[in-house]
Design a protein around this ligand. Sequence first.
Ligand SMILES: O=C(O)C1=C[C@@H](OP(=O)(O)O)[C@@H](O)[C@H](O)C1
Ligand SMILES: C=C(OP(=O)(O)O)C(=O)O
Length: 663
Amino acid sequence: MFSTEFLDLPPLQTAAGTVHLPGSKSISNRVLLLAALSAGRTTVHDLLDSDDTRVMLDALRQLGCGVKRSGSTAHITGLDGRIAAPGPLKLFLGNAGTAMRPLTAALAVLGGDFELDGVPRMRERPIGDLVDALRQLGCSIEDLGQPGYPPLRIGRPQLRLDAPIRVRGDVSSQFLTALLLALPLVARQDIVIEVVGELISKPYVEITLSLLARFGVAVRREGWQRFTLPAGSRLQSPGEIHVEADASSASYFIALGAIAATAAPLRIEGVGESSIQGDIRFIDAARQMGAEVTSFANALEVRRGAWPLKAIDLDCNHIPDAAMTLAVMALYADGTTTLRNIASWRVKETDRIAAMAIELRKLGAQVEEGADFLRVAPPARWRPAAIHTYDDHRVAMCFSLAAFNPAGVHVRILDPRCVGKTFPDYFEALFDTARTDTPHIPVICVDGPTASGKGTLASQLAQTLGYHYLDSGALYRITGLAARRAGLALDTAHEQSIARLAATLPVRFEGERVILGGEDVSEAIRSEAAGMDASQVSALPSVRSALVELQQSFRRLPGLVADGRDMGTVIFPDAPLKVFLTASAARRAERRHKQLISKGIPAKIDVLRADLEARDARDTQRAVAPLKPAQDALLLDNSDQGIAESVAQVLGWWEDKQSFRHA
Ligand SMILES: O=C(O)C1=C[C@@H](OP(=O)(O)O)[C@@H](O)[C@H](O)C1
Ligand SMILES: C=C(OP(=O)(O)O)C(=O)O
């Protein structure tokens, strides 16, 4: 997951390959709750691991439910309708509607002493219609803040089940879902629920009914107005259950295929057209816009059909979450797209109608916003934009698709971490399937002499930007180490053998760790001797050219920070930002001295300084790729700077190169 403050998306061009989607949020949280309330033990396969499921699991644990996880499988030991820990308990439910609403209903009918709360936005998401329905039933629920919104305190009920329970269905379908999931716990007699107003998001209620059936409860329904839980209903674990991949998450990749899978279809694994999730009907909308979609039992393949996409006018009430993706697809359409009947967007993770309108306009689109609709005309001129994401995973995910804009303008996604609500590895999945010409992939080069602090600077820059990191000096050190281990002297006589070895080095960087063929060699390559060896092998031209390709292969989406001595001059001559980092030999010797002493390694400052000067001389005078700043490099002397200051300085330069500084 990217936990950076922002994530810059370079211009993306095509899409290919296969994406494996995470489990459905709506199914995961329903199954977890049903398993927890049932009799018996349930093994849940392919469970979603995200913020929303984590808050549900934590709450269930607090309630005394047995939860064991191994990878994507969870074993839940059901409470059989009795809460092991009836409180007082405070349950924190983040921003998960699928946890807050159903848990409120289940705990209110079972009774105890519970306080349910969430993030600040959860306190703005309505729950009053559900609370009203539960109060009719005799549940004890107290508003602890603004009436009709969390936080809530739940006490012990005095249940009255004979009269039909009336619940409003026009603000959120989750209120009806919550009652349907909870009432089997007390169905000593037939319990009737009547929906007041037009029920929205109906397919989510179908998910509820179909999962209740898996747990042994057959709800009778008359249209979408009247639901009856038959007397004697009892939740019974099905033993094992598989969670389908998330159909709303699929929408981003269906759109990706429609926009950018030009050569071959993009394959989406985990969900097919026969899914029980209503958002799978996003496929129909995508097809209307021009996508070519083929469905398999548990997978989809999508490729670009019509281009530009075709503008549509669609009632989106049945696909409220996936429809946000259509608003971004509309940027690539041949006319104005209208998405209707989406009033519920205003009470979700953020006011989504307002948010989408503001952010789409930043890119240059013409947008009209109404109480329950959004109308989008594609940009006449695309503008680079920093997309505010409002702590809304779907805003972050759908706007990433704007990076395919034909103008090649950059798109910045602010707070990319918010995708953690339902799809923590969304951006990794995007970068696995998106393609762009190499020159579009940004590289920041940090070159400089030994002990200038370029490693620290470069790795911190990479961390801040969410970019890959190449410590090219380590490659020479690793080559030196591997050559020594192979018994090769580091001289011209052995140049070809060392070059062959270098070409096939099985190396990878895992954050700060350097892994060679499965062995962590981070410490081994950091010794002074390994540094001298590195300097020697780096003077052998064949070794350098063998390593060129290896180094260039680190240039992958979303970008790279590369540190070394010839990053800007030889390896990435087209890099958009090159920094040449220096510090006086005296200052570098001091730093190295401190570093060694802190590791308990004895060292003399004068000797270190003489060594550094000797290495500088060798590095600047060698025939191949001598150490010198690239012509277009910016010089940074950090003799009197702390690391934070250097990082800020380079980030400032990087910002100056981005066109959306004020977007
Ligand atoms: O029941 C569910 O799993 C959901 C129902 C929908 O909410 P509304 O019924 O509030 O539209 C949907 O937007 C949400 O992401 C999940
Ligand atoms: C509306 C959403 O979430 P929640 O389940 O919190 O309602 C959503 O995931 O788009």
